[in-house]
Design a binder for this molecule. Structure first.
Ligand SMILES: C[S@@+](CC[C@H](N)C(=O)[O-])C[C@H]1O[C@@H](n2cnc3c(N)ncnc32)[C@H](O)[C@@H]1O
Length: 511
């Protein structure tokens, strides 16, 4: 089928195009065509208009002057626009596989179409496709030609298939090769080189934000332990970017140990890293660390006693605890799984951690669930909530309240004059602790509400780790939640988070 176009000289092409655009008659799916024989240009027009009306529209434009007499409207074959002529790899793959299926004597069906991957991971010249694709028997009956076509469509050389990472302790990736003879890949990320065999070691693309956060930490002069080093996913950013003095990497998967060894060499940091091959519960050094990374999900709980024992007994340090937190509140009724609301968290927090009774919580317009929007853990362990009538309920506890049953818990109700600055001033006083702090919180509602989803877990973990510290070091320790980092959403209502927990022996004095 030919396309409707305006044939005009090159001197008026732009005028013709702007008239067409003004009347929304330009055809974006076709390109201009130079008609070499007569030195004219064919400008594409949408076929929604008749020749006569189009001519009338052009005649009304005075800029065309006498040139209008040389304009012709007729049908020509025009090339497709670039946008239409460049096909996505996905479309190319479907077109090629469709021809292959038909040429092999099978019928093309919607089911086959849906069985082709629409997303994949690229690792250099190797592409990983999910194992939920190419499940139909037709593909098997055609054989390797399917993979050849996929590889050519995606512009890669090797193809592998990935199912969910196994839940064995080794986090062995369930990846197998479909096309190509080995799974060796290389990544360069934030200036760090990683090589590994994709069929033997895991590499999580989803942890990128945490890896960048680690790279930006300042760990100068610190001794760091990475309890689950893998191929060096966090070990290398610590060594290359955050300036650690020395890092102890524990890893029990021999394939990962070999890859890590190679990656340390590739990045020139071998001399600042000691590799402890084996189960961290046996091989991790004790009493030497300023910081311990516990990068294992769904839970790093088994490593908590190891991490506590690794901390320096005199000064303690910081733990980075990875965990998949379930943000659904479990109730007695199995069918009624409510999600955490900030107000629920606030009540839970106030009651279970600060011993504030229901009767106090229910007094004097105390908590207005609909407006409770602040669950804040600042350096002084204070939890606040907005209440009705511009009042604020403050549950002020002393710095060590988390670890001790402290008498200094108080409930204050202060009038707050809302100024329109977007900030609210909370005056906190605690005579028992002899502190007077005037703290301004930015009104970052979303952030606080987000944090509140993970806060109960962080509080419980903080308490549990404090108990482990007591058992391991035979002395009282304090723990303080410094930060909760959301790495990614792992599944509905399951978030991969990292808790930064400061752990200090009670005798520790900040110099
Ligand atoms: C999730 S991978 C993490 C690697 C890296 N932290 C990351 O996020 O890419 C966990 C690693 O911990 C190792 N691992 C699990 N339990 C271990 C243990 N008890 N001792 C030593 N290594 C362990 C596994 O072999 C695996 O390589």
């Amino acid at each position: 089928m030919t396309d409707l176009c305006v044939i005009c000289s090159t001197s008026v092409v732009n005028t013709v195009r702007s008239v067409l655009q003004e009347h929304k008659l330009n055809d974006p799916d076709r390109r201009l065509k130079f008609l070499k024989a007569d030195g004219l240009v064919a400008v594409p027009v949408k076929c929604t208009v008749s020749k006569d009306i189009l001519l009338e529209i052009l005649q009304q434009n005075h800029d065309l002057g006498s040139c209008i007499n040389n304009i012709e409207i007729r049908h020509e074959n025009l090339p497709k626009s670039k946008k239409l002529s460049v096909k996505s790899p996905h479309t190319v793959m479907i077109d090629r596989l469709k021809s292959l299926v038909i040429d092999s004597g099978h019928n093309w069906t919607d089911k086959l179409h849906e069985d082709i991957p629409s997303h994949w991971e690229r690792h250099g010249d190797l592409v990983l496709i999910p194992d939920t694709t190419f499940t139909l028997t037709v593909w098997k009956s055609i054989g390797d030609k399917v993979w050849e076509n996929v590889v050519e469509s995606l512009g890669c050389k090797r193809l592998a298939c990935k199912s969910k990472i196994s839940i064995d302790g080794y986090r062995t990736p369930q990846v197998y090769m479909l096309y190509g003879d080995n799974g060796l890949v290389e990544h360069v990320d934030n200036g760090i080189r990683y090589t590994y065999d994709i069929t033997k070691c895991m590499f999580s693309m989803g942890n990128i934000t945490e890896k960048l956060r680690v790279a930006n930490m300042c760990c100068r002069d610190e001794i760091v332990v990475d309890l689950y080093a893998g191929i060096g996913y966090f070990t290398l950013p610590y060594l290359v970017h955050s300036g650690v003095k020395h890092l102890h990497a524990c890893e029990w998967n021999q394939n990962a140990v070999e890859a890590l060894q190679k990656n340390l060499e590739l990045n020139g940091v071998t001399d600042r890293c000691t590799l402890h091959a084996g189960d961290n519960r046996q091989v991790c050094p004790r009493g030497i660390a300023d910081r311990v990374n516990l990068g294992l999900i769904p839970s790093s709980r088994e490593g908590w006693p190891v991490a506590c024992a690794a901390l320096k007994p005199d000064t303690g340090g910081i733990l980075h605890v990875h965990y998949n937190v379930n943000t659904k509140l479990r109730t007695g009724n199995q069918n009624k799984n409510e999600s955490f609301e900030p107000a629920d968290v606030f009540r839970h927090e106030a009651k279970s951690h600060h011993g504030i009774s229901d009767s106090v919580l229910n007094t004097a317009n105390c908590i207005d669930d609909s407006s409770t929007d602040r669950i804040t853990n600042n350096t002084k362990h204070c939890v606040c909530s907005k209440v009705k009538d511009h009042k604020v309920a403050q549950f002020k506890v002393c710095e060590y309240c988390e670890s001790r049953d402290c008498d200094s818990k108080m409930v204050h109700l202060h009038d707050v004059n809302a100024d329109n600055s977007g900030d609210t001033d909370y005056l906190m006083s605690n005579k028992d602790c002899d502190t007077n702090i005037k703290q301004t919180y930015k009104d970052s509602k979303c952030h606080n509400v987000e944090i509140s989803k993970w806060y109960p877990w962080a509080q419980t973990t903080s308490k549990e780790i404090r108990e482990i510290l007591y058992e391991v070091h035979h002395s009282e320790w304090t723990t303080r939640i410094l930060h909760i980092e959301h790495v990614k959403s792992y599944a509905p209502y399951v978030d991969h988070v990292v808790l930064d927990l400061e752990c200090r022996p009670c005798c520790y004095k900040v110099s």
